[in-house]
Design a protein around this ligand. Structure first.
Ligand code: ZN
Ligand code: ZN
Length: 441
């Protein structure tokens, strides 16, 4: 963030810019918002897990088809691609992800989800749109509708990409593997947006890295089971796992330079069934975030070294087993295209509502797969979906330093629910104003 950005006194968060975006693509949006609100509440009530987004995809495809877009379904499993050709001009890819999460919703909203489903392991789980992907789908459909209505105000081709399975990091890859490059026009730029726990009406991005690389592993630690009363005849995997978890905390604090970014989280630990039985093995699930390839290699090597050494220190009968769960690539914004996106965001939200991030977020995304695979620039930005009133006295730019109110629920929380307004209005306006940066005649 530049000094100028820091010095900005934000206008009332969520307030409209004084002028309409130059392109006028958003004209008439106000009358469409009640309908978009209905779509949003319906999607929110019916979340679906990764690669199971049949209902969501069906709704998106029906909307695009009704607007007259060339619509393809089942791309990479449950993906949908809509194409609207409108004369010569650049080709823009606008992406929204569709999947929900295995979270039991606790928002208490009248349109809260009570749905359940089966996860990839066959377990019955509660379902929730806890990451706001329902907002992304709704905003993209809203933008598609206005682009159709205002064909005279732009030139080129727009690809609306409704991507499955972002949460497991496999959906974008699946669409690419399903012949995306051959089946659809090659975009000049890929654009995506994500809602987050910031004041509705604000947006954040930066040139260069914006989201971290994510590496996840399942680790099995092998012990030797036996009676809880005679541990001397066993190798206790619970103690081994405890030592591993604590020692892993030293990777970031002792092995990564202070100015570099890395996160090591043990998100799951399982062993044993009863107090007087020493288990045979323990299972850990690890997640590692980095924004630099050199740091990434160093952290992954340290994690492997520590897990193996702690197992050896415990006298494990067998070396630990590492199974990769997922890898999400670094999300990188192409600088020149980012300048255009920033201009579009400012046109949509107002100058004081748009912030250049000083450092990448440590969250991860598979959005970058499209730009990487198609060999074209891409830009990703974040925007607020939380009632601006919750941020009274907090500068929106403080999100990077954790300076926002602790009671504001974050993505993946059972309490996380963007306020439909002004979030949907802002989300559609941003897509349209950024589109106009490339496609205005
Ligand atoms: Zn998420
Ligand atoms: Zn998400």
């Amino acid at each position: 963030m530049t000094a100028a950005d820091r010095a900005d006194t934000p206008t009332a968060p969520g307030s409209r810019p004084a002028e309409e975006p130059a392109s006028g693509l958003a004209e008439g949006l106000a009358e469409r918002l009640p309908r978009l609100g209905e779509i949003y509440r319906d999607l929110h009530r019916h979340p679906e897990l990764a690669f199971q987004e049949h209902r969501t995809a069906g709704i998106a495809a029906a909307e695009l088809r009704a607007l007259g877009w060339e619509t393809s379904e089942g791309v990479g499993g449950t993906g949908v691609v809509g194409v609207l050709r409108n004369g010569d001009g650049p080709v823009l890819l606008l992406r929204a992800d569709m999947d929900g999460l295995p979270v039991r919703e606790a928002t208490g909203l009248p349109y809260a989800s009570t749905a359940t489903g089966r996860d990839a392991d066959g377990e019955q789980v509660p379902l929730m749109h806890a990451c706001g992907h329902d907002v992304h789908v709704t905003c993209l459909l809203g933008a598609a509708e206005r682009l159709t209505a205002h064909r005279d105000a732009w030139r080129g081709t727009v690809l609306a990409v409704l991507q499955p399975a972002e949460e497991c990091g496999e959906g974008a890859e699946a669409m690419i593997a399903d012949g995306f490059a051959e089946r659809f026009p090659r975009p000049d730029v890929c654009l995506g947006q994500h809602v987050g726990p910031f004041p509705a009406g604000t947006a954040f991005t930066r040139p260069g890295a914006i989201m971290a690389t994510s590496d996840s592993y399942r680790v099995r630690l092998f012990g030797r089971g036996g009676h809880g009363s005679s541990p001397e005849h066993t190798v206790d995997p619970v103690v081994m796992a405890a030592a591993v978890v604590l020692r892993l905390q030293t990777v970031v604090s002792r092995e990564v330079p202070a100015g570099q970014t890395a996160v090591v989280t043990v998100g799951s630990i399982h062993a044993g069934s009863k107090e007087n039985i020493i288990a045979d093995e323990a299972e850990l699930k690890l997640n590692i975030r980095t924004v630099d390839e050199g740091v990434r290699e160093r952290v992954l090597a340290a994690v492997h070294r520590i897990v193996e050494a702690e197992a050896a220190a415990s006298g494990a009968p067998k070396a630990p087993e590492f199974t990769p769960i997922s890898t999400l690539p670094l999300t990188v914004n192409e600088p020149e295209a980012t300048e255009r996106v920033l201009a579009g965001l400012r046109a949509a939200l107002g100058d004081g509502q748009v912030f250049t991030l000083p450092a990448p977020f440590t969250g991860s995304e598979d959005f970058g797969v499209f730009g990487n695979a198609l060999g074209v620039p891409s830009v990703f930005w974040h925007f607020g979906g939380t009632d601006p009133a919750a941020f009274a006295g907090h500068h929106p730019a403080s999100v990077q330093t954790g300076g926002f109110p602790p009671d504001v629920p974050t993505n993946h929380s059972p309490q996380y629910a963007p306020v439909p307004e002004p979030t949907l209005d802002a989300g559609v306006r941003m897509l349209l104003a950024v589109t106009a940066q490339w496609l205005a005649p």
